[in-house]
Design a binder for this molecule. Structure first.
Ligand code: PEP
Length: 252
């Protein structure tokens, strides 16, 4: 089954509204002719409105970096799916390792956030991945299995087909250390096999991004792998030139 490549930039806590707008204005002409990949940028909440406006009419889509599961209520500092939907975002990153590490995100809260995003018609980009200690201890598959089992509990095969997964080995995020294409493919293949067990044929439609120090120099060989369907990009998405080059190399 042909899966369309999806490359998403996770800006993390970078770019004010005016800086985000300027980045998208610079990016638009550089990727205007890209039809073979879905392009997404995920700014901080405060920059979303400006970025949605700047991206209007282009092939650049916008996502959030988190989402809360409740519809509304006493959740100081949180943002609901409905609030996000109204800003014009179409995607929501869920369960990024930085949220798991610093903000107490668990597989159970990931699951609640996925359900809220789906209910609002947003496409979840669900992050999973092992730490260096877990990889070195031979626990990668066990960790991924429990993240999939807990995070995707009660999700139907129809819903799963529209969810994007991002496999991000935590040891490769922001470190400059990238998994080799072979190592990444082996893990992506494991993830797809688990998805097949859980969701049957729908697993073939699920796009699985690789994330962790993906850059213009390595995006081609990573995305060329059979089960790698794009990337979730941190550092290299913060400059229009490098993000555009990474995207073009990935689909060349
Ligand atoms: C990320 O934060 O999702 C990420 C992959 O970051 P980087 O590309 O900087 O490693």
């Amino acid at each position: 089954m042909a899966r369309k490549v999806i490359i998403a930039g996770n800006w993390k806590m970078n770019k004010t509204a005016s800086e985000g707008k300027a980045l998208v204005e610079d990016l638009k002409p550089l990727v205007a002719d890209v039809a073979a990949a879905e392009i997404v940028v995920c700014p901080p909440f405060t920059s979303i409105a400006a970025v949605v406006e700047a991206a209007g009419g282009s092939n650049i889509k916008v996502g959030s970096q988190n989402i809360h599961w409740a519809e509304s209520g006493a959740f100081t500092g949180e943002i609901s799916a409905e609030m996000l939907k109204e800003t014009g975002v179409e995607y929501a990153i869920i369960g990024h390792s930085e949220r798991r590490q610093y903000f107490g995100e668990t597989d159970a809260t990931v699951n609640q956030r996925i359900k809220a995003a789906l209910a609002a018609g947003l496409i979840p980009i669900v992050c999973i991945g092992e730490t260096l200690e877990e990889r070195e201890g031979g626990k990668t598959e066990k960790v991924l299995f429990s993240q999939l089992e807990g995070g995707l509990a009660d999700i139907t095969p129809e819903q799963m087909a529209g969810i994007v997964l991002a496999y991000e080995p935590v040891w490769a995020i922001g470190t400059g250390k990238t998994a080799t294409p072979e190592m990444a493919e082996e893990t992506h293949n494991y993830i797809r096999c688990q998805l097949k067990d859980m969701f049957g044929e729908a697993a073939e439609a699920v796009r699985i991004q690789y994330g962790g120090s993906m850059k213009p120099e390595n995006s081609a060989e990573l995305v060329a792998q059979r089960n790698i369907d794009g990337g979730l990009i941190g550092g290299a998405s913060l400059k229009a030139g490098s993000f555009a080059e990474l995207i073009k190399n990935a689909i060349a």
